[in-house]
Design a protein around this ligand. Structure first.
Ligand SMILES: *[C@@H]1O[C@H](CO)[C@@H](O)[C@H](O)[C@H]1NC(C)=O
Ligand SMILES: *[C@@H]1O[C@H](CO)[C@@H](O)[C@H](O)[C@H]1NC(C)=O
Length: 449
């Protein structure tokens, strides 16, 4: 028996005997001064991340940190985003409202210029105005207007180069430290929004299609001191079922896995900071992603590779389920009510909208009864501003219906995917007879994220 375990036994028996006595002493005892278990939330958000990790049975992609977190969490096997595009998904996650209610139909940046409606309530806004919670975001924000999505502490692409706050895990570690070591002692809601494993071939091709060389220490690539890149042999990886088995696609996926090693080690650093700052035992930790990977049938699609998300939630509660799987139909729209529930804050009564999601906290202590009719919903309108292709979907455990509202129109291909080795190979080999009307040739000035 280790001494820590012994100490734990002693403390818990002292606690037991203390609680059995009538409350005579007014003086607070040391353990009564301990912070309550339900105090903070840390949301770790990947960018176009899928199931490329051991926790989801990928045997090749090495993700010891994500796997360790998953082991201490409830692992969701039926989690879906309500929209398969970055800004819309983040706006939906942060407001609990689907795109057609929050107004964020497409990408936020540059010429795409989508914003949510001014009048809606976001989680950070509700928490800081009604819950006395300190809010922070590090990494990729990609939503607006800023009055709706205002955080007390913001270190995002609005002020810094996106790679430095979204992919440089040394910087991310330092920023998390700065946030956690504040003299502001209110409970916190912190979003660490990684830019990995997003593509970057369209913006900075010199770093590789997934920016897998950036910060690797190779000549001209700079160095991220805390990152130990993991490289993969392209002809030895297992491809997901929706990726064509070609050399370029294999090399593409190998690059994606290397970038995932940066994300994974970033998650490890952030969790280490959380622990060292003493918040391990009172923080709810959520890991998920905004939408599926930028591969065929993935991001911008409503097929499962586009909307199925990794998700695991670690609760500090003593009775929390750990290393267990839930098959409950879950939407990323459930996260906003989960956060409000955690902080005990009500959704504003004066809001014109109602949340349709449900708090996931009960699932963290017991698996709910199987409900075969439970469904999640999705609504997509754009990605880039030129990509109007409206879809609505409903998915139960067994069935899925995708309604393509404008099915006669060609399905638009976004720029990140268009220039990718996987898609270019499909085009040049003529696997699908390239119809110039089908693939959207995009002007170079549109920057995508
Ligand atoms: C925290 O410290 C800063 C100076 O470092 C000070 O301006 C601020 O008032 C302090 N805040 C609290 C809540 O103590
Ligand atoms: C990452 O951040 C660290 C710390 O700020 C810095 O020393 C390093 O040069 C950065 N790496 C890159 C590739 O920019």
């Amino acid at each position: 028996m280790s001494w820590i375990y012994l100490l734990f036994l002693i403390i818990s028996s002292v606690e037991l005997s203390a609680s059995a006595q009538p409350a005579i002493l007014e003086v607070p005892r040391p353990w009564q001064l301990e912070p309550p278990t339900k105090q903070n939330v840390l949301l770790l958000l990947a960018d176009d991340g899928g199931f490329e990790m051991g926790a989801y049975r990928n045997r090749i992609s090495q993700t010891p940190n994500l796997d360790a977190l998953a082991k201490e969490s409830v692992i969701f096997n039926n989690a879906y985003t309500s929209v398969s595009s970055c800004s819309p998904s983040r706006a939906a996650l942060l407001t609990g409202l689907p795109s057609h209610q929050n107004g964020m139909y497409g990408l936020h940046q540059g010429v795409h210029h989508f914003d949510s409606f001014d009048s809606i309530w976001s989680v950070p806004k509700i928490l800081s105005s009604k819950g006395n919670v300190r809010t922070g975001i590090i990494g990729k924000k990609h939503v607006g207007p800023s009055e709706v999505f205002k955080f007390d502490f913001e270190r995002t692409e609005e002020e810094y180069p996106i790679n430095q706050v979204g992919r440089n895990i040394t910087n991310i570690k330092n920023l998390v430290k700065e946030f956690l070591h504040s003299n502001d002692t209110r409970p916190f809601f912190l979003v660490v929004a990684f830019h990995d494993p997003h593509r970057c071939g369209h913006v900075t091709p010199q770093y590789g299609s997934f920016c897998e060389r950036w910060g690797s220490g190779e000549e001209g690539m700079g160095l991220i001191p805390d990152w130990h890149p993991i490289y993969y042999v392209w002809d030895e990886i297992d491809l997901p079922f929706y990726v064509p088995d070609t050399e370029p696609a294999r090399r593409d996926v190998a690059a994606q896995y290397t970038t995932i090693s940066r994300l994974d080690q970033g998650v490890g650093l952030v969790l280490k900071e959380l622990k060292e700052a003493g918040f391990d035992s009172n923080t709810l930790v959520v890991y998920t992603s905004d939408n599926g990977p930028p591969l065929p049938s993935g991001r911008t699609n409503f097929y499962d590779p586009g909307i199925a998300e990794p998700m695991f939630i670690r609760s500090p509660a003593a009775d929390a389920r750990r290393n267990e799987v839930t098959y409950t139909m879950t939407s990323l729209l459930d996260l906003a009510p989960t956060f409000l529930d955690w902080f005990g804050v009500e959704y504003p009564k004066k809001a014109k909208t109602k949340l349709t999601g449900k708090s996931l906290l009960p699932i963290l202590s017991a698996e709910p009864p199987n409900d075969p009719d439970a469904a999640v919903f999705a609504s997509q309108s754009y990605h880039e501003v030129t990509m109007n292709y409206p879809m609505r979907a409903i998915r139960t455990k067994r069935y899925k219906l995708i309604h393509n509202l404008n099915y006669k129109s060609p399905f638009p291909i976004d720029q990140d995917f268009y220039v990718s080795p996987t898609f270019q190979d499909i085009l040049t080999k003529g696997h699908c007879q390239a119809n110039p009307a089908v693939v959207q040739k995009s002007p170079a000035l549109l920057s995508t994220r």
